[in-house]
Design a protein around this ligand. Sequence first.
Ligand code: TXA
Ligand code: MG
Length: 352
Amino acid sequence: MSGTQATAGDGVDAATVRRAVEVLLHGGLVAFPTETVYGLGADADQPQAVAAIFRAKGRPATHPLIIHLARAAAVQRWARQIPSPAQKLINRFWPGPLTVVLPRGARATDLLTGGQDTVGLRCPANAWAQSLIRGLCAARGDDAAAIAAPSANRYGRISPTRAAHVRADLGEKPDGSVDFIIDGGESTLGIESTIVDFVAGNARILRPGSISRSQIAAAVGGPVQIAADVAKTPRVSGRVSGHYAPTKPLELVAPVDLIDRARALQPQALGILAPSEQLTRLGATNLALGIAAPAAPQDYAHALYDHLRQLDASAAARLLVAAPPSGELWDAVHDRLRRAAAGSEGRIIDAD
Ligand code: TXA
Ligand code: MG
């Protein structure tokens, strides 16, 4: 059953949230919208419920979950230490699309952290997500009650930005694995949160997102590292090749090479994501689906996973994506496209 009736100005329906909180209290799984992507949530203090997340996704137990909080003050109940740059980032970007990785407190069990000594914490801004976490806090009489949630997709597949994506991928019980899916419309940002950890007091980006490196640097008042190769951070599976993969082979192609590559692949049917002027110059002979790539990075990110799903569902045998422009505003999009290409070639090492 899904709640879709919107009543409040922010679109949040109180009865739907109450129902979802009941499901969480009883150890069930709730898929819910955030401004980044949809999450697959369980009450973080119920081990059986958290274990069900891993089963539903088919995700290895060593991959840590993000703990979603209603308010920044709850951080102290989940982390044993908050380095000063972390506090600055929290003050500046919460609620919002930022996850901080901090030394874990006792409440952040091995099950949640994948056995690591750190915990990933995020306070989402989306009104449904906020209402849901606050509802759980109220029902439990605990301001630090929290929802453990990865993205609501099967391990290795494309992240969901709409309720329909969750329904198609995980499904609702009894046929699927989710107890309750909240339909809160499209995720506004469309790609996962920026993840930052702190090594020797310095901020380091583990996963690029819509909060850019220079925004992070400005907020901490100092330089910001970007984590080196994915191979060096195996536990951060979002950074490992093979994430966000469509089922069809996907190639990232320099824009100047797109037409030649499409011709070389004839007569195979192609699904192509490229600027509209390139699509029109292609000739339609072997085009199963052409999607005009948005020109602005935030529009591109917003639609990216939906576009990848459309291409994957089309009659195309192979997918071509014209590499977007460079520049830090495009970092997160490039990161997700590179992983989609790697994963679609079967180079799946890890994926969340
Ligand atoms: O925007 C988001 O972050 C979404 C929404 C639902 O909040 N969540 C999300 O979760 O993308 P997931 O599980 O699909 O990806 C979380 C990433 C994983 O790559 C995980 O390894 C990493 O965060 N992570 C979580 N805790 C960590 C920790 N303690 N140390 C390093 N990486 C961590
Ligand atoms: Mg994920």
